[in-house]
Design a protein around this ligand. Structure first.
Ligand SMILES: [Zn+2]
Ligand SMILES: [Zn+2]
Length: 131
């Protein structure tokens, strides 16, 4: 019988390392993070200040979320993919499914009845904020 040893090459392992990105904090300190990245408005621990600080700039991380059902997905930097998924969900599930696109925690677009083709409309005010 033959035995093939598993080759673990360092090169391969290095490739598997996740990309690190800088996150800016309100205290102007920058922290390197690998995925999952914190989002804007998150509170994270600053080791230099020894205090919790607000994230003021985080890597782009697009996320879609349906207001009616549990549909949600993340797309990293692929905004177009997020928009396609949002549109597709509404086609498949019906116009009652209003899909929001977030960059981290920040709402960047809403795929709904009234502003499907307009991104420059004033924010709709007929909904209670979720907090
Ligand atoms: Zn700091
Ligand atoms: Zn839905």
């Amino acid at each position: 019988m033959t035995k093939t040893p598993l080759k673990v090459s360092r090169r391969t392992r290095n490739k598997a390392l996740k990309l690190q990105q800088l996150v800016w904090l309100e205290c102007t300190h920058k922290v390197l993070f690998s995925e999952p990245y914190p989002a804007m408005d998150d509170i994270i621990w600053c080791f230099k200040c020894q205090e919790e600080k607000l994230v003021i700039h985080a890597p782009t991380d697009y996320r879609v979320s349906c207001m009616l059902c549990t549909f949600s997905n993340t797309f990293g930097r692929a905004k177009l993919q997020a928009e396609i998924a949002a549109g597709k969900h509404r086609v498949q599930r019906g116009p009652a499914h209003i899909v929001e696109i977030f960059d981290g925690n920040v709402l960047v677009n809403t795929f709904g009845d009234r502003n499907q083709n307009e991104t420059s409309m004033l924010p709709l005010s007929d909904e209670e904020p979720p907090f």
